[in-house]
Write a protein that binds this ligand. Structure first.
Ligand code: SAH
Length: 213
């Protein structure tokens, strides 16, 4: 499956829809217009790729809704070259949006099945994160820390302290917190020991699980 004018047109319409829903960052909208989401899902679902909805991927997981991906990326609010850690690579779609924004990306996936498939896809699409790690995101990547941003794409019941400790001063973590439904939360590290918390409404994510699969 390749890209074509039909899909490009649909991406433009999707970006306009996201703009109406509150995505105001032009660079984020530009990334939505450029990243071919249909390549990150089963070809049988490609007709649905540019609807604003989550879709199933391998291992009972989902590729997040485009609005959610754009919203979390907008909340990161970082510039080119910043160091970003993503927890939950999944299909690699969110990673590719971060890649289009020219961040230095470190990304972790706990499912070996998804890790394998997405590694192949990144090679095919020539997307090269600084690191793509098969591991448990709850541990973060201490040796590569501190990060300007951490983006968690699975619902965490509580705030993972290890991840907070891997933020730069001034760095931000965007994380959906909760069990059944999650509250989108931005935590900014104000100083070594002080954090600011802002909330941005309810979302529904697959759960962030411990250990590797
Ligand atoms: N960003 C992905 C979203 C995938 S859904 C996308 O755009 O497709 C969430 C992903 O988080 C799943 O792939 C799941 O396997 C992964 N995940 C859940 N808990 C994790 C953990 N502790 N560490 C790393 N990945 C985790």
């Amino acid at each position: 499956m390749k890209d074509n004018f039909k899909f490009k047109g649909r991406r433009r319409i999707l970006a306009l829809e996201l703009k109406k829903k509150g995505i105001t960052n032009d660079k984020v909208l530009d990334s939505v217009m450029n990243v071919p989401r249909h390549l990150f899902i089963d070809p049988g679902l490609s007709e649905q790729a540019y609807l604003d909805k989550a879709l199933p991927i391998k291992n009972n997981q989902t590729i997040s809704q485009p609005f959610t991906v754009a919203f979390q990326t907008q909340l990161l609010d970082l510039n080119e070259g910043c160091k970003v850690l993503e927890i939950g690579t999944g299909s690699g779609y969110q990673t590719s949006i971060l890649n289009h924004l020219k961040f230095n990306i470190y990304t972790i996936e706990r499912s070996h099945n998804l890790f394998r498939t997405t590694t192949k896809l990144f090679n095919r699409l020539k997307i090269y994160p600084k690191k793509f790690v098969y591991g448990d995101g709850y541990n973060g990547l201490k040796d590569d820390s501190p990060f300007d941003g951490i983006i968690v794409t699975a619902g965490s019941p509580t705030t993972p302290n290890k991840l907070l400790s891997q933020l730069k001063i001034g760095g931000k973590m965007i994380i959906p917190i909760g069990e059944e439904t999650q509250v989108m939360t931005r935590i900014t590290r104000i100083s070594e020991s002080k954090f600011k918390k802002e909330t941005y409404g309810d979302f529904k994510f697959v759960p962030m699980l411990e250990n590797k699969d």
